[in-house]
Write a protein that binds this ligand. Sequence first.
Ligand code: GTR
Length: 422
Amino acid sequence: MQRHPLLLSVVFILPAMMFTARASISQDASTVWQANPDLVEKLTRQRREFNYVESKVPTYTLPDPLVSRDGSRVRSPKEWNDSRRGEILDLFRDQVYGRRPDTEYSLRFEQTAEETQAFDGSATGREMKAIIEIGDRSFSFPFVVFLLNNAPGPTPAVIHINNRYFVPLATALEKSDPFWPVEMFIDRGYATASFHTSHVDPDKKDGYAEGIRSFFADGDPPDDTAWRSLSAWGWAASRVLDHLETIDSIDASRVAVSGHSRGGKTSLWAACEDERFAIAYSNNSGCGGAALSRRAYGETVERITSSFPHWFCKPFSDFAGREHELPVDQHEVIALIAPRGVYVASADEDLWADPKGEYASIVAAAPVFERLGKQSIQTPVMPPLGQQRMDGQTGYHIRSGGHGLGELDWGLFLDFADTLLK
Ligand code: GTR
């Protein structure tokens, strides 16, 4: 960080003014993250139909999460919990992610493999199958769990939604994988579990027939507002949590859900739908995740709903080019998770995901945390590149490099998780 000699001497002479002086150091434009102008120019040249220029972001007004549909202001946690939260949740269900079915089903788990002495005896790894039954029909998906062997008491856990591939138990034991670094979780005192999105609902336009959504609908096509893949993957994370609830060495009230990119969109929505998740971690999630749709910076509603029609319900695509008319925006996804924890991470070169819009969402959700009696990030300007910001229930970092998830991101996320779950 660049330090201003004059401000530093002010800090020395007048300790009482330290906070003001510090604030002005971190708000110095040269230390606040901004998109690299060369990259902006390059991307603009490559893809003229998308905007990467900050000055071309349309002016917008975000929907106020604390004003109910009838125009009244939410004044207490009770008013938020009893009515306003449900209104926003319904809007996202009907306009963005789709509505999950209320069909009854039964659920059971089968263990298919186990290693009780993983990582020099520090953990037990299990490969599991979640089996969902409706009448005489069944659907299953595999997942892998690692538990600590020598913890003094029940531990927190992280459920990772893996949008790239499935990591079988044998593979997880054999080599470490920065996308889901099991041994790192164990070393830091966290149990962990993971499944692959496409095992639940195939991540392709024409995969409906083989997925959980079709299973629930008994093969009938989805109607316009029925759940789509992101919601289905989030639902699966909740089923893995159902399993973790049965394990004595895990404290199910301290479980985070995480994901990268499309998995990061999913982790946020999973925590909106299921209030048992204590934290949602969304890494480089961008459009339809942490980034504000109204900024239309990088990926837009038009592009995402046409390229990935299976992710969002039909009404979301009607807002292509009309983002300002959306009845919600993505800061309200973060608001729906309040007063629980939310962690968002961006990458310097991942302008497609709009780092600024991802950060702005957290700040715009702050009034809801505050109304619920909790602290969260309120600083309007972004931290400098390579720095983490944590305040109460929310945390954020922007690292150098491109779109991706690795051990650096996980380490910073766990630093945040430690503050809430340890
Ligand atoms: C991109 C998509 C993004 C993001 C990403 C990913 O193609 O436009 O919204 O989800 O894929 O999941 O890696």
